[in-house]
Design a protein around this ligand. Structure first.
Ligand SMILES: Nc1ncnc2c1ncn2[C@@H]1O[C@H](COP(=O)(O)OP(=O)(O)OP(=O)(O)O)[C@@H](O)[C@H]1O
Length: 452
């Protein structure tokens, strides 16, 4: 067993300190000892202590344990992350209960059983470590969090959605957002999170379209060391990282049936179990799910659990594709233009009339994402003060293959566009995804779905 972590033993009996230094040195990287608790706070500030084994009775003759409770609170005041195991010569169950209520993680009675003491201290250490890891993950995410403001636009469809969002954001209702790729599902989820009481915590996105199926479970629920071949350390799943915040499950339609059941259990019980562990961990999350697939159709085909669907779609919001709210195309394009002109330091003032017309009539199969990429490319290529069709580079292919010219469904059109782009790019899928303004994973999903 690898020696890890720092243990501090506080006890006024020096022979106990010596015995434990020897015994626990086999399990912890460092063992510190203190014969009186007076220097506790200083030591906690100076040393990277993970676990404290704290004697309950210091003043000879007063064996009420009160001093132990006092020092327990002091430890938590100085270092709330440190785990405390209490040590007492008296098997006083009331005291144990009180101490646990005050945040001690365990209680060991003297004379102690070595195995029991080692187990209690190792468990306390594992708990400290995994909580620290969750905290670190949250900090990393917080740093990465970049916020672009959501643009609502002036369409009646978006006005209705805005009304719903204003009503439900503050509640903990689970929300399902449907819509084509790039319609802004994740952006809307973030807007809801930012308007909720959970906004000071994280919104943790998990893209089920990008995680390999074999890793779904560990990604969501975490794992303990040794749970599978590559599990070299304990790892928190996204559920734990999102605790007290919002979990955003993107492409939820990709969840295989076995994990649909596990997800349902986790939502219902408010608890998850890391892979390879038996210990349930309480989690408090608000769930927002998104998909571009027809989950109701998938339920009818037996591919998605009906009970899960009803759990995740307390509120259902369907985001319209950009071509159904054409009044928002130009204002959005202008927002992106402002953003990218500043980013690339270009003195561009706007779009010329022909460019405005082209953007307005274009089908935007990749929706807002495609519009955003198109404008970014145009800003990079533009040498003058206005963007003309020649720099917009809207592909003629989608316009030619628009429903007017013979496709009876959007899916047929999408299939043709993808097939055409794959040929045009000589099978380079990264380039195809870039040109269509969708992610590579979305492209793979579509290629699979259309049997291309
Ligand atoms: N209302 C909006 N205002 C401004 N930018 C937006 C808006 N909606 C989407 N975007 C931008 O468009 C891009 C795609 O948005 P987002 O990732 O939210 O779409 P999505 O529907 O979740 O896509 P996918 O289905 O591929 O996961 C992002 O860069 C986002 O910033």
């Amino acid at each position: 067993m690898a020696k890890e972590g720092t243990l501090l033993v506080v006890d006024d009996n020096r022979s106990i300190l010596a015995a434990l230094q020897l015994l626990m040195g086999n399990y912890f990287a460092r063992v510190l000892t203190l014969p009186t608790p007076n220097r506790l706070a200083t030591l906690l500030r100076e040393e990277p202590i993970d676990v404290v084994l704290l004697d309950m009775n210091f003043t000879a003759g007063i064996n009420t344990g009160n001093e132990g409770i006092y020092w327990l609170r002091e430890i938590h005041r100085t270092r709330p992350d440190v785990k405390v195991v209490l040590f007492t010569a008296y098997a006083d169950i009331d005291l144990a209960v009180r101490a646990m209520r005050d945040g001690a993680v365990d209680f060991v009675v003297k004379p102690w059983d070595n195995e029991r003491l080692v187990a209690a201290l190792r468990n306390a250490y594992n708990l400290a470590r995994s909580q620290r890891e969750v905290k670190q993950l949250k900090e990393i995410k917080r740093e990465l969090k970049q916020e672009e403001p959501m643009f609502w636009g002036g369409s009646p469809a978006m006005a209705r959605i805005r009304e719903i969002v204003e009503k439900v954001a503050a509640t903990d209702a689970n929300i399902l957002i449907t819509g084509e790729n790039g319609t802004g599902k994740e952006m809307l989820a973030r807007e809801i999170h930012n308007r909720s009481a959970r906004r000071r915590e994280l919104m943790v996105p998990v893209d089920m379209g990008a995680v390999p199926e074999t890793l779904f479970e560990s990604e969501l629920f975490g794992h303990v060391k040794g749970a599978f071949t590559d599990a070299r350390t304990d790892r928190a799943g996204k559920f734990e990282v999102a605790d007290r915040g919002t979990l955003f499950l993107d492409e939820i339609g990709n969840l295989p049936p076995r994990l649909q059941s596990k997800l349902l259990t986790a939502i219902q019980s408010g608890r998850i179990v890391r892979l390879g562990s038996n210990t349930p961990v309480k989690v408090d999350i608000r769930l927002i799910s998104a998909t571009n697939r027809d989950l109701f159709g998938m339920v009818a085909d037996g591919e998605f659990r009906e009970d899960l669907l009803y759990r995740i779609n307390t509120i259902h919001i369907d985001l319209p594709p950009l071509r159904q709210r054409r009044e928002d195309i130009l204002p959005l394009a202008e927002k992106f233009l402002g953003r990218y002109a500043a980013k690339y330091n270009k003195p561009i003032e706007g779009f010329d009339e022909a460019a405005v017309r082209e953007m307005h009539d274009y089908p935007w199969a990749g929706n807002i994402r495609e519009l955003q990429h198109t404008v970014e490319k145009a800003v990079i290529l533009c040498d003058g003060r206005t963007i003309a069709p020649a720099t917009l580079l809207l592909r003629p292919a989608p316009a030619e293959t628009s429903p007017k010219t013979g496709f009876s469904t959007l899916e047929e059109m999408e299939r043709a566009m993808i097939a055409e782009a794959v040929t045009r790019c000589g099978g380079n899928l990264t380039e195809v995804a870039r040109q269509l303004g969708i992610t590579r994973q979305t492209l793979y999903n579509k290629i699979k779905r259309y049997g291309l």
